[in-house]
Design a protein around this ligand. Structure first.
Ligand SMILES: [Zn+2]
Length: 269
């Protein structure tokens, strides 16, 4: 090979080498760019994931906020719950009236019915309390003091009737009220008595005697809130007495009074 040929070969080799370097550099650049693109795609994915999580978190936050608002609304509603005081007539040494054989004592069945009524009212979201929950003597004044202390919206007293004439024929339900004005004025005592009487009458098969104005009864005269006395039947009448002594009868009586109270509470709104 001549010198010229050697030179030519060397130049070609250098050119090839340079071309290889350039190609290598180019490919490397491309790869890096590719890597960057891949990295960018990865970053975007990651970012969109974070955004999604943030969105979900905000949504959760909003949900939590919503729940918190709902919770406070429930609490507010709870705090605005109406308060009912159920007065179970008599108790302890004050037995009230009784059947001639003394098997049926008024104090026992006013308490049984009142406890059933309290339970029904509570199931309906009403804050209901009884003036007594056991067989104990509670003065009339203490009953009213209790109703005032718990800020009762309504006072409903449960009693049994008895024939003063000593006969066994008088029977049925009555609701007693006073003409005295009580706050709030939106619910007059007479109107409360009417609502209680109608609702009790719908629920029980006992005779519907009516509502009676009795201004001088201690409880009705001194109560500051709307009040009524529900006479759930005559203990001196055999049919009424059986109904009052029967658990199912007590439950129906309690349900009727409960329906009346719930209706009356609508008038207080
Ligand atoms: Zn009584």
């Amino acid at each position: 090979m001549e010198l010229m040929e050697w030179r030519h070969l060397a130049v070609q080799s250098v050119i090839l080498l340079l071309a290889a370097i350039v190609c290598s550099a180019f490919l490397s650049g491309r790869l890096q760019t590719g890597n960057t693109v891949l990295a960018d795609t990865g970053k975007q994915k990651q970012e969109s994931k974070i955004l999604q999580e943030e969105k979900e978190s905000v949504a959760d936050g909003q949900k939590m906020g919503q729940f918190a608002a709902e919770k406070s609304e429930i609490q507010e509603k709870r705090s605005k719950k109406k308060i009912i005081v159920i007065d179970a007539g008599h108790g302890g040494m004050d037995e009230g009236t009784s059947s001639s054989d003394r098997k049926c004592l008024e104090k026992e069945y006013t308490l049984r019915t009142s406890l059933r009524l309290r339970s029904l009212l509570r199931q309906n979201g009403v804050r209901a309390y009884c003036t007594r929950t056991s067989d104990k003597l509670v003065s009339k004044k203490s009953r009213l003091v209790f109703a005032k202390r718990v800020k009762a919206d309504l006072l409903v007293s449960v009693h049994c009737n008895a024939s003063v004439a000593g006969d066994h024929d008088s029977k049925g339900i009555e609701v007693l009220y006073s003409s005295r004005k009580s706050k709030p004025f939106t619910l007059a005592n007479m109107h409360l008595a009417k609502i209680l009487f109608e609702n009790l009458g719908k629920e029980v098969p006992l005779k519907k005697r009516g509502i009676i104005q009795r201004n001088h009864l201690y409880l009705l005269h001194h109560a500051k809130m709307p009040a009524a006395i529900v006479e759930i039947g005559y203990i001196t009448n055999r049919d009424d007495m059986r109904y009052i002594m029967d658990g199912k009868g007590q439950q129906k009586i309690a349900q009727g009074i409960c329906n009346g109270i719930l209706k009356a509470l609508e008038e207080l709104k």
